[in-house]
Write a protein that binds this ligand. Structure first.
Ligand SMILES: Cc1ncc(COP(=O)(O)O)c(C=O)c1O
Length: 380
């Protein structure tokens, strides 16, 4: 073979080698991938985009005329019909964040107490003070569920604290953020029996992941007239940007029902998107199934890494306790690769991170990167 030919051959194989190496290198996102606020990375059902493309003046420029039919909105009517409620008992809001605010602003006066979970969404701790109220916190306990570490509602302690402090409002979150646990139905009943005379809010923002059960809603709201169950289209239905929340309010909560009524109607685009999402629940169920598979993969991976403790979750996120020795290094490593998870730093969670689930590929990339980091720093 001539020298010239030899040279050419070696330069081609070097190129091929480079290409091969490159194809083996992990491709990280060019801009931050936000797996830190429990948002959807899949987006809503395609029909939502189709509607938005053709939304016309009627939707954008005119108020709703649904009041002519004696209802607040076609969306509250649809939800009420689906569950067997009087439309009046369905409250629509600007996300479920707004429901909590309105419930507290409606019922809490200066000096009143609200009872909230300690290991929970930071926002609960903020709102009471807006009305001069104070928080009383109840703790969760740790146990296991299906062999995986799990947070549990400690109903005996909750009832005891409730009896001792006589709060004006009680909050339960199921599934809870960031722990991912839900309240067992027997425990819930026992607790609701104890708090029957008090406004009790169940925040079900993460309804739909792991379970789409609805059968209990009407019987509970009928049996406990001070109960309000809050839900949202932000999480399971992937519409956080549209801020659509709703609640089922018990019969004693007419003050709240009046307080939350908006006389010029609801957001017309939002109500349409809500309808579209509900109509296409099967599309969302498929995504939910993938989340369940991915969570299994993530529990397994974390349980194989020294010192990592994942918590079983019924939501679109997962809490994981990270060994303190490697936590800052892991955060830096992920940040540099544009993978953003929520490294919690609050009173109840100093060493944990909350991972919002992404697509199958994103979840795999994240877990592979965490495993790779542990290998690189020789963490075993
Ligand atoms: C437990 C919980 N409730 C309610 C909300 C608020 O959801 P939205 O206002 O988007 O309905 C969140 C948001 O992350 C949450 O984690």
């Amino acid at each position: 073979m001539s020298k010239k030919k030899k040279l050419k051959k070696s330069s081609i194989s070097k190129k091929a080698e480079k290409k091969l190496k490159k194809s083996k290198e992990t491709k990280f996102p060019k801009t931050p991938l936000f797996l830190d606020r429990n948002e959807s990375q899949t987006g809503p059902v395609p029909e939502v985009y189709k509607f938005l493309k053709k939304a016309d003046m009627e939707y954008l420029s005119w108020y709703s005329r649904d009041f002519m039919f004696g209802i607040k909105s076609r969306l509250s009517k649809k939800i009420a019909d689906d569950f067997g409620f009087d439309e009046k008992q369905v409250i629509l809001s600007y996300g479920s964040e707004d429901l909590l605010k309105q419930i507290i602003h409606c019922y809490v006066n200066p000096g009143d107490k609200i009872l909230i979970p300690r290991e929970a969404w930071w926002y609960y701790k903020k709102v009471a003070s807006e009305r001069g109220g104070t928080n009383v916190e109840y703790p969760m306990k740790k146990g296991t569920m299906d062999g995986i570490p799990y947070y549990l509602y400690d109903v005996d302690t909750m009832i005891q604290i409730y009896n001792d402090t006589k709060p004006k409002i009680v909050v339960i979150a199921s599934p809870n953020n960031p722990t991912g646990n839900r309240i067992d139905s027997k425990d819930l009943k026992r607790f609701l029996d104890a708090t029957k005379d008090t406004v009790t809010m169940i925040d079900e923002a993460y309804w739909g992941f792991g379970s789409t059960e609805n059968d209990y809603v009407k019987p509970y709201v009928d049996e406990y007239p001070n109960l309000v169950i809050c839900r949202t289209f932000s999480k399971f239905f992937a519409l956080a940007g549209f801020r659509i929340g709703y609640a089922f309010a018990g019969k004693n909560l007419d003050v709240l029902i009046n307080f939350t009524t908006r006389y010029l109607g609801y957001n017309r685009v939002s109500e349409k998107l809500g309808e579209i999402a509900l109509k296409n629940i099967n599309w969302y169920l498929k995504i939910g199934k993938q989340y369940e598979k991915d969570k299994e993969m993530m529990y397994k991976t974390f349980l194989n890494l020294k010192g990592f403790v994942p918590f079983k979750s019924y939501a679109n996120f997962m809490l994981v306790d990270i060994p303190v020795e490697i936590r800052p290094g892991l955060k830096k490593y992920l940040d540099e690769r544009n993978l953003r998870i929520k490294f919690l730093d609050e009173e109840a969670f100093r060493t944990e991170a909350r991972i919002s689930l992404g697509t199958k590929e994103q979840n795999k990339l994240l877990m592979d990167t965490i495993v790779k980091f542990c290998k690189e720093v020789d963490w075993k």
